[in-house]
Design a protein around this ligand. Structure first.
Ligand SMILES: C[S@@+](CC[C@H](N)C(=O)[O-])C[C@H]1O[C@@H](n2cnc3c(N)ncnc32)[C@H](O)[C@@H]1O
Length: 239
């Protein structure tokens, strides 16, 4: 199967725009305020792969002046319609020329690298994103853990895709988001922790800290594996 960006699709974009911070997604965003306070100084952010704007709105609520960028016209259209005052920009894949280099305190990438194929492309994108950071700037790369594709979750199912158990870095892995109306699988790219570290090193970046958020069990969600297995990995990276 040839990889395609599942978020270029109008029906998926509309369904995705209804997601906020509930269920398994709660764990992706829960610790970000604390992580950002600890590692990021200043208030200029770029939201790489902003989608329909959820992560950009999140950054704005934390006080960041935010530019959201994405390659999907459908996702950006909804983001702009939802928040007409926010600076959302449609970019060509890997082209950061609309942005000012060495100027950002934070580049957040929330789930975007789940949809980026090949090591070469990841390295090129991380190098490009690094050029947007000021000297003290950080990239926060929030991605799916490989475990997400082989377990059941409050907001996701992979039980119909047993082939995911044999997937290696770079393989296409289907996953269904059970929280939205669009029940077609989304096709992500699996990438292991070990291989992310190789990508960062090749892009001249260093990992400052890695987080693997687990649920406590007291949250108002019907957790399945979230208290035992971390569905997400959050890397804080610097130049
Ligand atoms: C899963 S969505 C996440 C959206 C948003 N960050 C959020 O948390 O709601 C991933 C987004 O990354 C975008 N994306 C994929 N490849 C990209 C690339 N090379 N450059 C910019 N955006 C990309 C997709 O179009 C999609 O909108």
């Amino acid at each position: 199967m040839k990889f395609f960006n599942s978020y270029e699709d109008a029906t998926r974009a509309e369904a995705y725009s209804k997601l906020e911070f509930a269920g398994t997604y709660y764990l992706a965003y829960r610790d970000l305020p604390e992580i950002i306070t600890k590692h990021v100084h200043g208030n200029k952010a770029i939201d790489f792969g902003c989608g329909t704007g959820r992560s950009s709105r999140f950054l704005q609520k934390l006080g960041f002046s935010t530019i959201g960028i994405d390659i999907s016209e459908k996702m950006i259209q909804i983001a702009k319609k939802t928040d007409p005052k926010t600076d959302y920009r449609l970019i060509k894949d890997g082209d950061f020329s609309q942005l000012t280099v060495h100027s950002s305190d934070l580049v957040l990438s929330a789930f975007t690298f789940d949809n980026i194929p090949t090591k070469e492309k990841k390295v090129a994108l991380f190098s490009g994103l690094a050029s947007l950071l000021n000297q003290d700037g950080k990239i926060i790369n929030l991605v799916s853990s490989p475990d997400i594709y082989t377990h059941e979750w409050a907001s996701f199912s992979t039980k119909d895709f047993p082939q995911n158990k044999c997937a290696k870095s770079g393989d296409i892995v289907p996953i269904v988001t059970t929280d939205i109306l669009d029940k077609r699988p989304c096709y992500d790219i699996l990438w292991t922790d070990e291989d992310y570290k190789k990508v960062f090193a090749q892009a001249g970046l260093k990992v400052v800290q890695t987080y693997k958020p687990l649920a406590k069990g007291t949250e108002p969600y019907a957790w399945i594996n979230e208290t035992k297995i971390a569905p997400w990995v959050i890397y804080v990276i610097k130049k």
